[in-house]
Design a protein around this ligand. Structure first.
Ligand code: FMN
Length: 195
């Protein structure tokens, strides 16, 4: 925040530390941070409360991925687990809930999950991610199923993504050979349509 950012996104997704506590495929603790749905959510909620106390809940967002197998993490009870988390985060008043729907970077229907039910438990902004294009995002927006959409891969290969979406210009596809490491090639050299 001191460097001028508008807020902080707490990463509770994709097999990182907080998700390792949330999902019972990884969490085998027998103390207050393991076992029940409430216990497995405890570390996430404590971290969120601490960050919100420091910078304000209106500047604190959280990213989750209820059914994503990213980094080898699994859960036997994603729906009740994340319904509980969404309700608790709603009560904490955080500004948005960022949800990776399905397998991160993979199929959206990797496992059954009711994202509409999740959203109903969270009163603030619902930010959807994973496999969105203009058509799907527009449909979900018009159905009232989400408020905002995060684009990943499309932004890498289209530095002017917003302009292209506004004008209906075709999108460039990312070169997967240059993703995940290496140098600037494949990250800073995709042309803008207007360049
Ligand atoms: C090159 C690359 C690197 C990524 N790195 C991360 C990461 O460090 N942490 C993370 O949570 N997600 C990461 N992701 C996943 C994206 O944040 C996003 O969830 C995913 O690409 C799905 O969105 P999309 O369909 O719009 O691309 C990465 C994706 C790509 C393509």
């Amino acid at each position: 925040m001191a460097a001028g950012f508008d807020g902080v996104e707490i990463h509770g997704a994709n097999g990182y530390l907080l998700e390792q506590f949330i999902k019972d495929g990884a969490n085998q603790r027998t103390d207050a941070y393991g076992g029940t749905i409430e216990n497995r959510a405890r570390l996430l909620l404590e971290v969120v409360a601490a960050v919100a106390a420091e910078i304000g809940a209106d500047r604190t967002g959280v990213r989750i991925s209820p059914v994503s197998p990213a980094n080898g993490i699994s859960s036997s009870d994603p729906q009740p687990q994340y319904d509980y988390i969404a309700g608790q985060l709603s009560a904490l008043g955080i500004v948005y809930l960022h949800v990776v729907e399905g397998a991160t970077g993979g199929p959206r229907d990797v496992a059954p999950f009711d994202y509409d039910a999740l959203r109903r438990r969270f009163r603030q902004t619902y930010l959807a991610n994973n496999g969105y294009d203009l058509e799907l995002a527009t449909a979900r927006l018009n159905e009232g199923k989400a408020d905002l959409f995060a684009f990943g891969r499309a932004f890498i290969s289209n530095p002017d993504l917003v302009k292209r979406l506004k004008t209906g210009a075709p999108l460039a596809q990312p070169d997967f050979a240059t993703l995940y490491g290496g140098g600037a090639a494949g990250y800073t050299d995709y042309p803008s349509i207007t360049a």
